[in-house]
Design a protein around this ligand. Sequence first.
Ligand SMILES: C[S@@+](CC[C@H](N)C(=O)[O-])C[C@H]1O[C@@H](n2cnc3c(N)ncnc32)[C@H](O)[C@@H]1O
Length: 219
Amino acid sequence: MQNNDLLADRLTETLSDNTFFLEKAGSRRLVTRDLVHEEYRIWDPYRSKLAGLILKGSSVSIKSTYSVLYLGAANGTTASHVSDIVSEGTVFAVEFSTRTMQDLIKISVQRANLVPILADVRYPESYKNMMPKVDIIYQDVAQRDQAGIAIRNAELHLKKDGLLILMIKSRSINSVRKNYEVIDEEVNKLKRFFKVEELLDLEPFQSDHKAAVVTKKSQ
Ligand SMILES: C[S@@+](CC[C@H](N)C(=O)[O-])C[C@H]1O[C@@H](n2cnc3c(N)ncnc32)[C@H](O)[C@@H]1O
């Protein structure tokens, strides 16, 4: 997207650093300030559930200094925007598909704060020695035991006062049962260890998903 100071008066801040709403021709787009080039990048909520969460009015605030553990980074579409946001921090991006990892590695070459990790998120101890505890865990994996994976990763990798953002995809867990039943069950599992701060659907950007934003109970 064009980069010039003329943009500045059309940008309004969001709750997260380096993330803005751009007012353009009567419409409002979410953008992040590109870490690599001097420009703003459109962040598409139809391609990124985290962008959808922000547009749905979440109170999540990601600071530029935060460290983030990203579980299910795929080819880095969302992870690259998180890398824009935590410009003074680090994104540890875990992905188990070797094909997808190749794209992620290409992106990380330009982004010093994006650390790709080839691993299976069901085994969080396998990357324990590669990273410190983080401020935020963001999880977007199509697996059956989504809450269990989140709980085990948080236990090992999340700071005491950290935040876990879990994108729950009901179809990956059970394609036969009703969406809300499957999601309720996952949320109930989370409630044993976490306080649920937000539970938002991502319509119209994503269907069959619910975003849970939770903090550790011991706080
Ligand atoms: C829905 S996609 C993630 C999209 C990505 N969050 C984005 O917005 O750009 C889910 C990803 O999780 C990965 N994944 C699924 N199970 C995994 C596992 N057990 N360990 C690591 N990655 C996994 C898949 O390979 C896939 O790339």
